[in-house]
Design a protein around this ligand. Structure first.
Ligand SMILES: NC(=O)c1ccc[n+]([C@@H]2O[C@H](COP(=O)([O-])OP(=O)(O)OC[C@H]3O[C@@H](n4cnc5c(N)ncnc54)[C@H](OP(=O)(O)O)[C@@H]3O)[C@@H](O)[C@H]2O)c1
Length: 315
């Protein structure tokens, strides 16, 4: 495993990380299976595990808390994150980024995850119904009160990130150190054109989600949709990714992967890790074999193939 500083902070995150969305407590409920995947991830050097209050409505935080407890991982070996924004119930205040919801929600996440603090706490989206000042002050207080060590944003616009950072700096508050955007070979324009120009100069590191385009880039959908796979469960996601254009690109990437002697999953993850500003790729895995495959991406060198890959992706 390789580790990178998260942006300009001193926090080191594994370049490959593991997230719980859709999978743990959702499509994978067998705790023994989740434990095996997490054990493999830890053995391969993964230290960063991403989560959110919204994943399986708290179920993902709960099961991951139990799994880490059962395995007995020392807390300081882990970089644990969670997020707040999406509605947690029908209650009008149980959503968004008001000071009330942020401070109440973080305590519920800590309880579910059986930990005294998070390493990273994310604003899962921007909240247009709460003033930016209130949001930054609330997250700054989460950090100052010791409930989290750092905070970040997810899927915020460049302007929102820049304004939050500037407000924190101007007012002696804790500024965000990370942004969590979607980024992969098949979804790149927003990060490259909009987000990076704002995050890089401010020392804000990217930890990116769906780096395998939810499995599309692994090649598992070359011959149709396998039973039990994510696209078999999520029709809209399948429709979004299974376009003719994407199919051609993923097929063309096979010969590059074969030349390098790696799987397409490893190629896709290694490609994201070559891009500027990226500290970690947050992968998902429903099977031990998947995490085993993905872990190897940390050591893949693509310098000689970069131009060939770029030609395929921009064709
Ligand atoms: N901030 C946000 O708004 C946001 C949004 C989405 C995700 N996230 C974070 O990002 C994490 C990763 O997202 P993601 O799960 O979409 O990432 P992904 O790595 O692009 O896709 C993961 C899925 O692809 C399949 N897969 C993974 N490795 C494979 C391999 N080697 N061979 C074949 N299939 C493989 C598995 O699906 P199947 O086995 O089910 O087919 C797996 O669940 C989430 O858990 C979450 O922490 C954040």
């Amino acid at each position: 495993m390789k580790y990178r500083n998260l942006g300009a902070s001193g926090l080191k995150v594994s370049v490959i990380s593991l997230g719980a969305w859709i999978t743990y407590g959702g499509s994978v409920t067998d705790k023994k299976k989740i434990t095996k995947i997490v054990e493999r991830a830890l053995a391969g050097g993964i230290n960063f595990f991403d989560n959110a209050d919204a994943y399986a409505q708290g179920g993902a935080e709960r099961v991951m808390g139990e799994v880490f407890g059962d395995i007995g991982v020392p807390r300081h070996h882990l970089v644990l994150s969670s997020k707040v924004y999406w509605p947690q119930s029908d209650n009008i205040n149980d959503r968004g980024l008001s000071r009330k919801h942020v401070l109440e929600s973080v305590d519920r996440s800590l309880e579910r995850m059986q930990t005294d603090y998070l390493d990273l706490y994310f604003a899962h989206r921007f909240d247009l119904e709460t003033p930016l000042e209130e949001i930054v002050e609330a997250f700054s207080d989460v950090v100052r009160s010791g409930r989290a060590l750092y905070w970040g944003t997810s899927e915020w616009s460049a302007l929102q990130i820049a304004e939050a950072h500037a407000y924190a700096k101007a007012n002696g508050l804790v500024a965000p150190i990370t942004e969590q955007p979607q980024y992969s070979m098949l979804y790149r324009e927003r990060v490259e054109n909009e987000i990076l120009p704002v995050t890089e100069p401010r020392g804000i590191g990217l930890v990116v989600w769906s780096p395998l385009a939810q499995g599309m880039l692994t090649g598992k959908y070359d011959g149709g949709i396998p039973k039990g796979s994510r696209f078999a469960q999520l029709e809209q996601t399948a429709e979004r990714f299974l376009t003719e254009e994407n199919r051609h690109k993923v097929e063309a990437l096979k010969s590059v992967a074969d030349d390098v002697g790696v799987s397409r999953a490893q190629l896709a993850l290694a490609w994201v890790l070559r891009q500027p500003g990226v500290s970690s790729v947050i992968t998902g895995a429903t099977k031990v074999d998947q995490i085993r495959d993905n872990l190897k991406a940390a050591d893949v060198e693509l310098d000689e193939k970069a131009a060939e890959i770029e030609a395929i992706l921009t064709s």
